[in-house]
Design a protein around this ligand. Structure first.
Ligand SMILES: [Ca+2]
Ligand SMILES: [Ca+2]
Ligand SMILES: [Ca+2]
Length: 299
């Protein structure tokens, strides 16, 4: 088990050397919640984690994952089911209110929280999202504009009977890379080719570019650049500086290309790579379609 030491009032767990620089771990108090709780549920208040403690700001992406487990009452110390919500303040109203996080800001996919066990009272607020469950290991979410804090808590219908006997339940929050679409692309006979990227850009992890909707069996070129030029070309816009041109590749019968490489370690924070696909619509004429540009920025 990782050695820990308390930092400041939030008791942020120590950052082990193996963790990325912008990572924090914070204990999840088993009885704490930001959701409405019934009057006879001895729930406590969830603590707002300041984004400055990570540190992270609006526009950056975070990976949240809860680790360890708590005892929800009947099930033993086995439950890891957590939710979170961003806020523009640390304010949390009394548990008698439904919308307790008064400055909540929507982010991620909406999670519908369960009614209270006692009284079957509604608890759902529209701004929060799932972090970890039996079906979902973690979540990557972009910090919305204006957010300064994030609340994290267990998802339960009764909090007062919860405990964490071995004290290992915690939220780990890491700043990860950001993908940004630039421009709109240039339509071909199959519409506008779509370019998507996946990867956290933490270093030595997979980094994948996927082209879809490009039309079957066409020649395609992947443009990679270390700067953005937005130069007019063939009726569209070349977004990246053409530092690397990879092709011709074939879109195959499905009209797709997926390439995976390894994002290198040691890329400076904020450094970006611009990418874009150009697809030759006909082999005999210089008629092209293109995806939008896609910028990958290191955390
Ligand atoms: Ca535990
Ligand atoms: Ca419980
Ligand atoms: Ca909700």
């Amino acid at each position: 088990m990782r050695r820990v030491r308390p930092i400041a009032s939030l008791a942020l767990l120590a950052l082990a050397g193996a963790l990325p620089a912008q990572t924090i771990e914070v204990p999840i108090q088993p009885k704490a919640t930001y959701l409405h709780a019934s009057a006879n549920d001895m729930a406590t208040d969830a603590v707002a984690i300041p984004l400055s403690a990570i540190p992270a700001v609006s526009g950056q992406c975070l990976r949240l994952i809860s680790l360890g487990a708590m005892d929800n009452g009947p099930s033993g110390d086995t439950i890891n089911s957590t939710i979170a919500v961003f806020s523009a303040s640390a304010t949390l109203l009394d548990k008698s209110n439904l919308h307790r996080v008064v400055d909540a800001i929507d982010a991620g996919d909406e999670f519908i929280s369960a009614a209270t066990l006692s009284g079957n009272q509604p608890t759902d607020i529209p701004e929060d999202f799932r972090v970890t469950s039996a079906l979902q290991a973690d979540v990557v979410v972009q910090i919305p504009v204006g957010a300064t804090h994030v609340f994290v808590c267990n998802h339960d219908s009764q909090y007062g009977d919860n405990s964490d006997p071995n004290g290992d339940h915690r939220i780990q929050i890491t700043v990860v890379g950001t993908w940004t679409e630039l421009g709109t692309g240039l339509a071909g006979t199959s519409g506008v080719p779509q370019l998507d990227g996946t990867g956290l850009m933490l270093g030595n992890d997979p980094w994948t570019l996927t082209l879809t909707d490009a039309g079957a069996d066409k020649g395609a070129w992947l443009v990679l650049g270390l700067a953005e030029v937005d130069a007019p070309f063939k009726g569209g816009l070349i977004v990246p500086c053409v530092d690397i041109l990879l092709g011709p590749l074939s879109t195959g019968p499905a009209g797709t290309i997926s390439l995976t490489t390894t994002w290198p370690a040691g890329v400076p924070s904020g450094a970006s790579v611009w990418t874009q696909y150009w697809i030759q619509e006909t082999p005999v004429a210089a008629i092209f379609s293109s995806s939008a540009g896609l910028k990958a920025t290191a955390p």
